[in-house]
Design a protein around this ligand. Sequence first.
Ligand SMILES: Nc1ncnc2c1ncn2[C@@H]1O[C@H](COP(=O)(O)OP(=O)(O)OP(=O)(O)O)[C@@H](O)[C@H]1O
Length: 241
Amino acid sequence: MTTPVLAVSGVDKTFTMHLQGGQLLPVLRGLSFEVHAGECVALGGSSGAGKSSILKMVYGNYAAERGSIVLRTPGGAVGSAIDVAAAGPRQVLVARRDTMGYVSQFLRCVPRVGALQIVAEPLVERGAPPARARDRAAELLTRLAIPERLWSLPPATFSGGEQQRVNIARGFVTSLPLLLLDEPTASLDARNRDVVTELIREKRARGTALLGIFHDATVREAVADRVIEVERFAPALGAAA
Ligand SMILES: Nc1ncnc2c1ncn2[C@@H]1O[C@H](COP(=O)(O)OP(=O)(O)OP(=O)(O)O)[C@@H](O)[C@H]1O
C-alpha cells in the first residue's frame, strides 16, 4: 500500500462556546482516516456532524485538540511530511503553498481585482510566468462558462453561481497533492455541475488526493471512491481510541 497523502489519526474536536459561559460542544472523537493519491473521498453524514470542521482542521483553520493530521507530498524528500495538528502558523502556510488547496463554499478575495487575475494568482504566487498563468485561468473560466466580458471585473457583483465558479477555477488552477472541496457544486446549474464533476475526475486521474463534502448525491456518486460517515466519530458513540 502506498503512503497516504493525508493521514488523520485519533483527532478529537470540541468547540468552546465563549458567549455561552464557556460551554463545551464535543463534535468529533477519535477521527481517523486516510486519503491516497488519485483517490476522492467524500465526507458524509447529517447536518452538524462535523464535515466542514474536518476540512477546516485539515486546512489548519481550526485546531485539533488531540491526534495528528499528517500531510505528505508524494515522492517528496524525507521530511516532506507535516503534522498540521502540531504545526505553527508558518508551517501551515508552507503546507498550503506546496501541498493543499481548498475550495471553500464562498469566494473570499481582494476587492477591485478582476476575475481572471484572481484565478491566475495562485499560479503566479508559485512562480509561474504570468502569461501562462493567465492562459490557464482563461481556459478554466471558459470551461466554467464565465463570459469573457466579466473576466476583467471584480467578482463582488457576480451572481452566487458565477462567484462559486470563479472560486472553483481558483482552487483548480494549481496542481497540489491534496485538494479539499466544501460543497463545490452547491449553487450550480446542471451543466456547470457536470463541468465540475469532470474537473474533479481529471484531478483524480492525475493523482491528486481529494477530500470533499458533496451534498448532491449524483455528484458524490460520480466522483467519490468511498464515503466516510462522520457520525461514526460522534462523541456519543464513544468512538475515541
Ligand atoms: N467555530 C465554531 N464555533 C462553535 N461551534 C462550531 C463552530 N464551527 C462548527 N461548530 C459546531 O460544530 C458542529 C459541526 O459543524 P460543521 O459545520 O462541521 O457540520 P457539518 O457536518 O459540516 O454541517 P452542514 O452539513 O450543515 O454544513 C455544529 O454543531 C456547529 O454548530
